[in-house]
Design a binder for this molecule. Structure first.
Ligand SMILES: Nc1ncnc2c1ncn2[C@@H]1O[C@H](COP(=O)(O)OP(=O)(O)OP(=O)(O)O)[C@@H](O)[C@H]1O
Length: 295
């Protein structure tokens, strides 16, 4: 698996890179997750959903935002179909089967240039990609009308959002309300997408208390505390970095301050700065050559 710090030699095959610098919420984050999964973690109220909303351009007008969000090193709006946002709530029509729900959605979302047969095929492939082939003809169901399990419903919601093959996928707590097995199947479906269809995606998910199996699926971790980044780097390296604590009782604010300072003076922070600068330079050079980075 490629490290998140490895430069891409083939920018035209890469997924998008989102970078957010020093927002007005005092969150400072640069995200580089080409072909990998980034977990945004932290205690309740630390700002996970806010960061996700900010990166995806969904932040409400009543919130103040500063800094900039760069996609592949450039300020640009996310074009229709290039990104998807899967919310915590499944808003599905309970009387439809999985096949019907995904196919109807394909008819609405996919371009007129695709034939009905192609749309049907895309729907079926997407259902299989998310491991729902055995539930293809099961009604979604709701209160008093037992249908799919919670985890299966979440996977149907994800199917509907990935029909257009977005390269940037935001997931807000995709495992909330699910047991550890269902959480694992949801996240494994997402993690395997690239391998199944060969399309490369950037996935950014806020996640609460993942099991160790789910955590291992993530390549990178952004750990927040009170809206500040206390760690951003390879998920596998987070343990050793954060376990160096002390037994002394220190006020929470002081601990957060120490963690933020320690992160900013760490090699991970330095490497992220270098990587973001490289991406911006690559984009500038691509612009000069007239070969824009593909999104
Ligand atoms: N960087 C920040 N600076 C200041 N306030 C922030 C910041 N990020 C989020 N907030 C505020 O903190 C509150 C909680 O944020 P948010 O809902 O994003 O947290 P969360 O981690 O997603 O919480 P939960 O896990 O409980 O869903 C919101 O009122 C939000 O406006």
């Amino acid at each position: 698996m490629a490290s998140f710090l490895q430069p891409s030699n083939q920018p035209d095959e890469s997924g998008p890179t989102a970078a957010m610098k020093s927002s007005g919420f005092q969150t400072s984050l640069e995200v580089e997750t080409i072909r990998e999964l980034l977990a945004i973690m932290g205690p309740s109220g630390c700002g996970k959903s806010t960061l996700l909303d900010t990166l995806s351009g969904r932040l409400g007008s009543n919130a103040r935002q500063a800094g900039e969000i760069l996609i592949n090193g450039r300020k640009q709006a996310l074009a229709y179909g290039t990104s998807a946002y899967v919310t915590q709530d499944d808003t599905l029509v309970t009387t439809l089967t999985v096949r019907e729900a995904v196919f109807y959605s394909a008819q609405l979302q996919l371009p007129d240039s695709m034939s009905m047969a192609e749309k049907m095929e895309r729907a079926e492939i997407t259902i299989r990609e998310m491991g729902l082939q055995d539930a293809m003809n099961t009604r979604i169901g709701g209160w008093g009308d037992k249908g799919l399990s919670g985890g299966q419903k979440r996977r149907v919601s994800i199917c509907i959002e990935i029909l257009t093959h977005p390269k940037l996928i935001f997931l807000d707590e995709p495992t909330s309300g699910l047991d550890s097995a269902a959480s694992y199947y949801v996240m494994r479906g997402i993690a395997r997408l690239d391998h199944k269809d060969g399309l490369r995606r950037t996935v950014i998910a806020s996640i609460h208390q993942p099991s160790s199996e789910v955590f291992r699926l993530f390549s990178n971790l952004c750990l927040l505390s009170s809206g500040k980044t206390v760690y951003f780097g390879p998920a596998s390296a987070a343990n050793e970095d954060l376990e160096q604590g002390s037994d002394d009782v220190i006020p929470t604010e002081e601990v957060i301050d120490t963690l933020v300072k320690s992160y900013i003076s760490s090699e991970y922070w330095q490497q992220v700065q270098v990587k973001v600068a490289e991406i911006c330079k690559e984009d500038f050079e691509a612009l000069e050559r007239g070969t824009m980075l593909d999104f």
